[in-house]
Design a protein around this ligand. Structure first.
Ligand code: MG
Length: 265
């Protein structure tokens, strides 16, 4: 009997404590409701204006290069480039009309400078004579960090595997449409590249991404980079830091002009 009375008393104390706690939370809430003033309606448009920081003004030169870009090819020389295979002077041909052309057999060329995430603009034109089929017609390519290729190919009325045509992320992403112009016309690529990131122990912590605009048309919409763009086999994900921009010598005399880059922070 004594035990039962004790148990009942204990229960009574617990219930009463709980009630007190609930009451104090309710009281607290009520107090907050009373002290928080009602949101006042915004009627002045100025109240939602933000003035700082002010974006820096960018100007443009006669060929529309933004003043905060690095000109990788200005039509006069290949000073920003070296041969990929032996780091010697890039041996592609500079033409009198301020364009350059792949010199087949001399190999890929790459920038001296290394880059992380970037915006890249380049203009290219397929070889003057339409020759070859599929991957053999007007093939070149622009690589980011020496690992990730956006395909350059004369894909005008030239069928090949879809994840290998112009503006494909080679063997990873098919372009949304084929915006390739015929070989007698210059074409633009505007590419936003976000670098993948890796932890100190070499694991990929965030995938990179590509957005590609071809002749003003969106063809890759922030697609995930699955790893290096391999000719044979699946993508690889070896850790790396910044790397050069590389242009491919695929034995076809593809023309280039007006290449510039802006680093993204
Ligand atoms: Mg290629």
């Amino acid at each position: 009997m004594k035990k039962l009375t004790y148990l009942l008393l204990t229960l009574l104390v617990i219930v009463s404590c709980k009630e007190n706690a609930t009451t104090s939370i309710q009281e607290e809430n009520q107090k907050e409701e009373i002290t928080t003033p009602p949101q006042k309606e915004i009627t002045d448009p100025k109240e939602t204006e933000i003035w700082d920081p002010e974006p820096k003004a960018v100007s443009f030169n006669d060929i529309n290069v933004p003043s905060d870009a690095i000109q990788l090819f200005n039509g006069n020389d290949l000073d920003q480039w070296i041969s990929t295979k032996d780091s010697t002077t890039a041996a592609w041909t500079i033409n009198p009309d301020k364009t350059m052309t792949v010199k087949p057999g001399t190999g890929d060329i790459q920038t001296k400078e290394n880059f992380g995430s970037v915006q890249l603009h380049l203009e290219w034109k397929a070889p003057d004579i339409v020759k070859g089929e599929g991957q053999g017609r007007g093939n070149s390519g622009v690589f980011f960090q020496n690992k990730y290729e956006v395909q350059i190919l004369d894909s005008y009325q030239n069928r090949t595997y879809a994840n290998g045509q112009a503006t494909s992320i080679y063997k990873q992403h098919i372009p949304l449409v084929n915006a390739t112009k015929p070989n007698d016309q210059w074409q633009t690529y505007d590419i936003i590249f976000h670098t993948p990131t890796f932890s100190a122990d070499g694991k990929k912590t965030k995938s990179g991404s590509f957005t590609v605009i071809h002749n003003g048309v969106l063809v890759q919409d922030h697609v995930e980079i699955l790893g290096s763009t391999e000719y044979i086999g699946p993508p690889k994900n070896e850790p790396h830091g910044k790397g050069p921009i590389k242009l491919q010598d695929h034995s076809n005399p593809v023309h280039y002009r007006n290449i510039w880059i802006r680093e993204l922070k």
